[in-house]
Design a protein around this ligand. Structure first.
Ligand code: HEM
Length: 159
């Protein structure tokens, strides 16, 4: 999911500058939407598994402040995993085009509204900025554990 998410940022920033009406732009937009909706599904599975199995507690060597920061960052990352695709999907639903999921058209409940499209596009951009900053903060945390030679903490993020 981390790799896919980073690809989504690169894809999103790249595709918005492509010439309007070009086949290339439509292709990249369709890919971005399908990947984003797939990530939303994966986030749902991920959150369900977290509720069922619960994360192991953080060891005592992690300070109180670090625990608070880590928990807040993780909770916000989960929230953004939903806000990001939802704002994109709503913005797309008011674009006047049908949203397709890997080629399959989804029920088209929206209508062509430049104002609503603009509003949710802006929300999508702001949430991308917040999400991006959180990911950077999360990576900084991981790097800190490596720097402190706390490899067992870093391994919690791995397989
Ligand atoms: C976790 C998932 C997602 C990430 C990280 C993401 C990220 C981004 C980023 C960084 C941009 C470029 C913003 C800009 O510079 O203007 C963008 C644009 C866009 N995304 Fe996403 N996106 C995600 C999911 C989705 C989904 C699910 C849809 C629709 C079904 C979608 C639709 C769009 C559209 C239409 C644009 C271009 C116009 C706009 O800003 O609204 N995105 N996305």
């Amino acid at each position: 999911m981390a790799i896919l998410l980073i690809c989504m940022f690169v894809l999103g920033i790249y595709m918005v500058d492509l010439p309007k009406g070009s086949d290339e732009r439509s292709w990249y937009f369709a890919l971005h939407k399908s990947m984003g909706l797939t990530l939303a599904l994966l986030a749902f599975i991920r959150l369900s598994l977290k509720f069922i199995f619960k994360s192991p507690p953080l060891p005592d060597e992690v300070t109180f402040i670090q625990k608070k920061l880590a928990t807040a960052t993780h909770n916000l990352l989960y929230l953004m995993m939903f806000i990001q695709p939802v704002t994109g999907y709503i913005s797309s639903s008011f674009s006047g085009y049908k949203t397709k999921f890997w080629g399959v058209p989804l029920p088209h409940w929206g209508w062509k509204s430049p104002d609503l499209n603009e509003l949710f596009s802006t929300a999508h951009q702001i949430s991308a900025l917040i999400f991006g900053l959180l990911i950077l903060f999360h990576i900084t945390g991981a790097m800190y554990h490596i720097h402190k030679k706390q490899f067992h903490l870093f391994k919690r993020m791995w397989f």
